[in-house]
Write a protein that binds this ligand. Structure first.
Ligand code: GDP
Ligand code: MG
Length: 182
């Protein structure tokens, strides 16, 4: 299902404040804004260097995640080629919200069997004592819900720039696009 511009589109979904925007800004601009700036929707265009003469144009859609705009949400789900579902490791609620997003995608997309989904546990820099979601639990969950070739769970930190590039690398791999430089 290609959108009108016919470019590969990666859509970020997840609850508010988990660091969706921070992940995108770290990846695209190597910036980390401390402050949470709620936005309705931001669309970025990025060219991945996937071969000598074939830059891959990817649209990255950063959504609001506050579930206030169901129509926009439906549209963003309808137009995605791949999803990045983000929770924060210090918030059990945010992982539940990721499961909710997953259900929405499953219900809405008739081609669900072909859609790559990455689940990212952000804020992995936060100390052990504040952790509410174990990575093993997320891996078990994704194992139960998606085949290996279509789903991947990872932890990351936009703040400390840990595993952020790897998320986008995984997106290319799950989308069956060979990876060189992000
Ligand atoms: P969004 O609503 O999902 O887009 O979340 P934001 O990107 O706006 O981030 C929400 C808050 O979490 C901000 O105060 C960020 O500074 C903070 N944050 C984002 N990423 C990280 C991270 O990797 N580690 C920590 N400790 N805080 C983060
Ligand atoms: Mg945001």
């Amino acid at each position: 299902c290609h959108n009108s511009t016919d470019r590969t589109r990666l859509v970020l979904l997840g609850g508010p404040g988990v660091g969706k925007s921070a992940i995108v800004k770290r990846f695209l601009f190597n910036q980390y804004p401390e402050k949470h700036k709620p936005t309705v929707e931001d669309l970025y265009s990025h060219e991945f260097d996937v071969g000598p003469s074939i830059p891959l144009k990817v649209d990255i859609l950063d959504t609001a995640g506050d579930f206030q705009f169901p129509a926009m949400r439906r549209l963003s789900i309808a137009n995605a080629h791949a999803f990045l579902l983000v929770y924060a490791i210090d918030s059990k609620v945010s992982f539940e919200q990721v499961k909710g997003c997953f259900e929405e995608i499953r219900e809405q997309r008739s081609d669900f069997q072909e859609v790559p989904i990455i689940i990212a546990g952000n804020k992995a820099d936060i100390g052990m004592n504040r952790r509410e979601v174990e990575f093993d639990e997320v891996c078990d969950w994704i194992h139960d819900h998606l085949p290996k070739l279509r789903g991947k769970a990872m932890e990351c930190s936009a703040k400390e720039n840990r595993n952020v590039r790897e998320i986008f690398k995984a997106f290319l791999q799950l989308s069956k696009i060979p990876f060189r430089n992000p």
